[in-house]
Ligand binder design. Sequence first.
Ligand code: URA
Length: 286
Amino acid sequence: MSRPVDVLLEFLEAEQARGVTHVHLDDGARGVLREVFNSTKAKKTAPPREEAEGPPAKTTLDAPKPPAAVAKISIKGATRAEQLDSLRRQAENWSPAKSLGSLRETMVFAAGNPEARVMLVGEAPGYQEERERQPFVGPAGQKLNDILKAMGLSREEVYISNIVKFRPSTPKQTTNNRKPNAGEIAACLPFIRAEIDIVRPACIVALGETAAEGLLGITGTVAPLREKWHDFEGTPVRVTYHPSYLLQTGDGHQTKRQVWEDMLAVMEKLDLPISPKQRCFFLPKA
Ligand code: URA
């Protein structure tokens, strides 16, 4: 199991790798860091265990760990498909993710067209995705297929991926899924970055707040991130609600329309034809 400080270091290294030079710490975060620092100091200044409590217990918990080898991705292959395949093979045994101990074994990489003009990015595979080893094939995936169909697109034309490549685990897990945490996002981030480098889509759709956090480094809800174009190293990113949110809100017309307006903006960006009927989808009937 990783210590919290290792998770924090991995997160900061991933941020640094994406060019972030400063992180904002609020009072709460400062307090947590102070506690971590003080507890490390307390351990260092504690008397040797023999003096304090007799002979040392047989435990390796406090033993200094050798520095973790820095895991690096290398992209091999001539075509985009070959390059994505080389990434996929590296993701299977990606030690920064494996060493967390909080993600499940089966890797789910991505699906779709390596030459796609639009890339849709979700958060992490769920129960059904893990079973089929394909992203977005469960109920949220069906909803995503409906959205694509309304745009006049098929799954085969677009590229579909997730920020985290393994299903986050929970105790006694059956079909339940959980959101990935910041450490899990940071551990898998090099892959989605490399996928974007290879596919070079004209635009990206971030589905939900985990995708927005991973791609844009912005935490919080989706609402304030919608209705504008963000930038991921030169590629425009549109943030919209995750399809599972549409399932939760019971297809409420307002959320449906909001997602549709985000998709209309994506269609405009891609120069896709938009019919008058499409423009009016999910508007209340006059
Ligand atoms: N939710 C996601 O974010 N990704 C999937 O692949 C499935 C559900």
